[in-house]
Write a protein that binds this ligand. Structure first.
Ligand SMILES: [Zn+2]
Length: 107
């Protein structure tokens, strides 16, 4: 196991315990109640470790799959799929965000 600081451990625990059941708004409320700042949360959610999908990618895929299932469709979006889309967008493929700006902004 990697060594993680208390903030990272808390964030991971919240995500693992609630992903798929809670949306971003609820999660952010929990993080705030835990005394975590948006900066800390974003850093953990967006940390790329060994080129693997980030925690945010995993959460996004779980939320998307839950949504699909609730609509009666098979939810098959993998974290890798989310990561690929994010990277395509981030590299300016669709020009939604200007270069160098994070795609995970507030709106
Ligand atoms: Zn940490």
């Amino acid at each position: 196991m990697r060594k993680v600081c208390p903030a990272c451990a808390r964030i991971n625990a919240v995500v693992e315990g609630s992903a798929g059941r809670l949306g971003w708004t609820e999660l952010i409320d929990i993080f705030a109640n835990e005394g975590l700042t948006k900066t800390e949360v974003d850093r953990v959610l967006d940390a790329e470790i060994d080129g693997a999908p980030t925690l945010r990618d995993r959460l996004t895929s779980r939320m998307a799959n839950e949504l699909m299932k609730s609509l009666g469709m098979p939810g098959r979006q993998s974290p890798e799929d989310v990561r690929r889309v994010r990277q395509a967008v981030g590299s300016g493929g669709q020009g939604t965000w200007s270069t160098g700006e994070k795609a995970s902004g507030n709106n």
